[in-house]
Ligand binder design. Sequence first.
Ligand SMILES: NC(=O)c1ccc[n+]([C@@H]2O[C@H](COP(=O)([O-])OP(=O)(O)OC[C@H]3O[C@@H](n4cnc5c(N)ncnc54)[C@H](O)[C@@H]3O)[C@@H](O)[C@H]2O)c1
Length: 394
Amino acid sequence: MENQIIRAGIVGSGFAAKFHFEALRRVFSTNVEIVGVHSSTASKMEEFALIRNLKAFHHLDELIDQSDVLHICTPPVTHEPFVIAALKKNKHVIVEKPFTGYFGNGSADFNGDTFSREEGLKETLKSIARMLEAEKKSQGKIMYAENWVYAPSIQKEREILEKTGAQILWMHGEESHSGSHSLAYGKWHLSGGGSMIGKGCHPLTAAIYLKHVEGRVKNGHPIRPKSISARTHAITRLPSFEDKGHLKSGYTDIEDFAMLHITFDDGTIATIFASELVLGGVHNWLEVNANNHRTICNINPNNSMQSYTPSEEYYKDIYVVEKTETKQGWSSISPDEDWYTGYQHEMDAFYRSAAFNEPVESNSKLAADVITTIYTGYVSAERKGAEVMVEILN
Ligand SMILES: NC(=O)c1ccc[n+]([C@@H]2O[C@H](COP(=O)([O-])OP(=O)(O)OC[C@H]3O[C@@H](n4cnc5c(N)ncnc54)[C@H](O)[C@@H]3O)[C@@H](O)[C@H]2O)c1
């Protein structure tokens, strides 16, 4: 087993595919061979492959056949079919967030602002069930690429929970920035929603994960979400929005702000914010208020390195941190951003699981809880924040 080579295939050649490739180069627990890449835009796929000395696969099936682990780094609408295709061939699959969702009924006049949220939830639950069923029948497993679960600060908090038997009373957290660069983002039929799913899924997954851990330690089974109250808004689409050009705008039919309040089945709570309205770089944090400690996980920004320059001209060749508008003045430089965000840790954990059959911390059960909670949140938002019970799949 020690010298086993695990073959990786990357699907997609955009932003996520790039950081998966970088993280794969930092897997140290086993040997990885990246066999190639498949993506829908042939020219971009070939460029991605050429720079990295990879083979470009024009057919997904061929890439699946030649890989042991598939990385699904494509827009959310493709996740279910690609995950099931890989599982059917008994391959492991690492699927980017969000796990799955509702992408409309296929009609050209589908509108993310107006469809029935109950219908969306019903279809999402079916999609989750199909994916879990495919995993049950497969020798491959689903690894949910939620990097927050593996971020060192969240894993340190897991250790605190496990060793001190703490009870988490209230968590609050956020993922926000000035807007996603992906062309698929902003169109519900491709992304499956806006800030609530696209960004909120990160701190929400970390919060649900930590309650899973607490429950595992205390009773041998996870504490799970029970209800949600949520609000969503489309601020950059308001007629009154004064666009100064610093925030991304032009979203078609998604929200750019979400507030989620979750109760867990032990009665404790979490409050999550997600938006596309925040300048100054990615704002990623989770605060845990427990009965014996309080922890603030600053994923980004954090103050591990702070640097000042009077003119950004000096830093023109320096990567500082994701999505800040300027390098002038003080910057919270992330000296190793992928380390703080957990990208390399998640990849090594997934490959340890593929090679040595270690259990997956960010597994399909966690992914299912998160997506069920979010789509129940959309039902609540449609009802202007009324509390809605989360129908947890077992
Ligand atoms: N964990 C994180 O921090 C993080 C960050 C960004 C994106 N993501 C997730 O990664 C996924 C991809 O996002 P991205 O930002 O890389 O988007 P992107 O637009 O940069 O890249 C998407 C890629 O998928 C390819 N693609 C689209 N449809 C396809 C199809 N039918 N078949 C094959 N290839 C197809 C495109 O050609 C492109 O190469 C999304 O699910 C997104 O939510 C996660």
